[in-house]
Design a protein around this ligand. Structure first.
Ligand SMILES: C[S@@+](CC[C@H](N)C(=O)[O-])C[C@H]1O[C@@H](n2cnc3c(N)ncnc32)[C@H](O)[C@@H]1O
Length: 338
């Protein structure tokens, strides 16, 4: 038997649970934070669950932490003391490993301490135990969820928890003069799909305006062709590696095999978007990568995604489909041209 806390983007927990129900026969859910965070209990043990999740990662499950231990919350200083004792005696196997402490607090929790206070105290315990406290790129994460009545504590690698950020809430630094928040989606996709855009040569960005994605690819050193009937941000005109076509994507044509990367962030009907992407297929080199957002426009996202993937499968192999933290009513596809 094993217990877990699952997290999805706000409004999408029901879809994460539906995907999990399809993956595991015997699973029970309890809601922790409406439409977002839930606790789940399975008859399967930890290793079996992790292996099933790694083979079939649910698109809408952003983060998962095991519940290895629980502690009642009293709402006073004893809570932090009890947590320290628990960590000291847990078999964390963190010796010599960089270890991060992630605390998430439910709105209604009586647990008094902030993430920073908790981390400071637990880091000292970890150091005594021979672990190496860290904030970034940890080998192990000690995740703590402070709920209404209890602390749920679990540990695992970032891969097992599907993220190295608390609850999978990936944060990027806002930059001065940032063109659009959309840039965060592509940055997150690069991390999530373990890509390095700097390794590509030439990109086609369809639905590019105002140009956050185009900007990131230019920063990575690529030649970029951006297509959009709307205006790109004027700051982009300083890049000689940019070609801007102020056109509808259905009105452009390129030489065969020109691009090794296609990105598309059109907030448009998923089927129309698929059609436009497929029209550009000959412009892509064999094995080209595509990163595409799929707008979930109506009430059946799982069906919409299945239909889009089936349509794109004519010409692409799907590597991964995931709702990223920076996706709102959409998911992101990572595809390779067949
Ligand atoms: C969400 S915005 C893209 C944001 C962009 N990724 C960024 O980082 O700034 C969607 C864009 O798709 C464009 N678009 C919609 N339909 C299009 C079409 N048929 N051809 C080209 N662009 C289109 C819109 O004009 C709009 O600028």
């Amino acid at each position: 038997m094993s217990q877990w806390i699952g997290t999805a983007n706000y409004g999408f927990a029901a879809y994460a649970m539906e995907e999990l129900r399809r993956l595991f026969n015997d699973i029970k859910f309890t809601q922790l934070s409406a439409n977002e965070i839930f606790r789940m209990e399975l008859t399967l043990g930890r290793e079996e669950v992790l292996s099933a999740l790694s083979d079939n990662e649910p698109m809408f499950l952003r983060h998962i932490q095991p519940v290895d231990r629980t502690l009642p919350i009293h709402g006073n200083a004893d809570d932090l003391q009890a947590l320290s004792e628990l960590v000291r005696h847990a078999r964390l196997r963190c010796e010599g490993r960089t270890t991060a402490v992630h605390l998430r607090r439910a709105d209604s929790t009586p647990f008094l301490y902030s993430a920073a206070d908790t981390k400071a105290v637990i880091d000292a315990v970890l150091t005594e135990m021979g672990c190496e406290p860290t904030m970034q790129a940890p080998e192990l994460i000690l995740s703590i969820y402070a709920g209404r009545t209890e602390l749920c504590i679990g540990w695992g690698t970032p891969e097992e928890q599907l993220s190295d950020w608390p609850g999978g809430a990936v944060r990027f630094q806002r930059e001065d003069g940032q063109i659009s928040r959309a840039k965060f989606k592509l940055l997150e996709a690069e991390r999530e799909f373990k890509l390095d855009f700097a390794g590509f040569r030439q990109a086609l960005d369809i639905g590019a305006a105002p140009g956050g994605w185009t900007h990131l690819l230019l920063e990575r050193g690529l030649k970029v062709t951006s297509v959009d009937p709307a205006e790109l941000h004027p700051s982009l005109s300083s890049y000689p590696r940019l070609t801007y076509l102020k056109k509808n994507a259905s009105d452009v044509e390129f030489k065969h095999g020109t691009f090794d990367l296609l990105v598309c962030d059109m907030s448009w009907s998923p089927m129309q978007m698929s059609k436009l992407v497929l029209e550009q297929i000959t412009a892509l080199a064999e094995g080209a990568t595509a990163i595409i957002t799929v707008k979930l426009m109506h009430k059946k996202p799982l069906q919409t995604i299945r239909d889009v993937i089936a349509r794109l499968s004519e010409s692409f192999e799907l590597k991964k489909a995931k709702q990223l933290f920076h996706n709102r009513d959409e998911i992101t596809l990572y595809l390779i041209k067949r």
